[in-house]
Write a protein that binds this ligand. Sequence first.
Ligand SMILES: NC(=O)c1ccc[n+]([C@@H]2O[C@H](COP(=O)([O-])OP(=O)(O)OC[C@H]3O[C@@H](n4cnc5c(N)ncnc54)[C@H](OP(=O)(O)O)[C@@H]3O)[C@@H](O)[C@H]2O)c1
Length: 281
Amino acid sequence: MSSQFTLQTTLPLPNSSVKIPALGFGVYQSHGPTCKTSCLTALEAGYRHIDSAQYYANEQLVGDAVKESNVDRKDVFITTKILSPGKDEEETYQSLVESVNKIDNGGYVDLFLIHSPSSGPQGRKTMWTALERLHKEGKAKAIGVSNFGKGQIEELKSFAQVWPPHVNQIELHPWNQQRVAVEFCQANNIVVEAYCPLVRNQKADDSTLKSLAEKYKKSTGQVLIRYCLQKGWVPLPKSDTPSRIKENADIYDFEISKEDMTKLDDLDQGADGAIVQAVDN
Ligand SMILES: NC(=O)c1ccc[n+]([C@@H]2O[C@H](COP(=O)([O-])OP(=O)(O)OC[C@H]3O[C@@H](n4cnc5c(N)ncnc54)[C@H](OP(=O)(O)O)[C@@H]3O)[C@@H](O)[C@H]2O)c1
């Protein structure tokens, strides 16, 4: 069956020449030597995009894996995130530089996100301004946000030099489709990344999902990741299991029909379907 996606598919980020690989690899709750091994397995399987964060305490491990791999730094897209600001913009900026150096000493990250809007309007402004400085210096090729609703993205406009943010990373899967935020991002060319695309395997027994997995002769996880791609979202599946890391990238030999996409769309439960959090619009 034909498919318009490949493991090499990239999406353009707004107002930039940067392209983001359409499939990412998540490393939340991946620690120590396991994190490094998992990143190496992912790179070997063909992933070219890794999603880390200061909060995950594994930036250095991600950077070490990329250095040890056979893949050139320029061919891997690495994201990290800052959760809360320092006491002022300078201290915040220094924290960003520290992350860059853990990942690629003296180099750059491809994408740096504000992890959450939870630090309030002033905190968001401090972090965005520090990120713009990092971006201007070339230490972050792109900058964006995570868990931001429509209003919080619009709020940045009042002071931002860089707007729209290149990316908004939010929880996304059939049970939590966040349609208002997604439509706003897509209308403004903001790339939407899907975290928890596998719903942490909590829906593996859902009858609709199971029947589609049987129909396409794929696993439930593969159907969920493929669903994200076909929605235009960038899924970030996480796994520390080598066989699953490979399985989650083996999603290019089938295509979910329009009718079956609608069946998955119909599973939406709005904010009630979130397992981490829905954004506040
Ligand atoms: N911005 C944010 O606030 C935010 C929040 C949450 C997550 N994220 C990002 O998004 C990434 C993905 O989200 P997530 O890690 O929370 O959840 P997820 O990717 O939906 O699920 C990961 C879980 O599913 C299991 N799994 C992986 N592949 C599987 C398969 N083929 N079959 C069955 N189970 C499978 C993994 O187990 P094993 O590891 O044991 O294989 C792990 O327990 C994170 O790693 C992180 O990078 C961002």
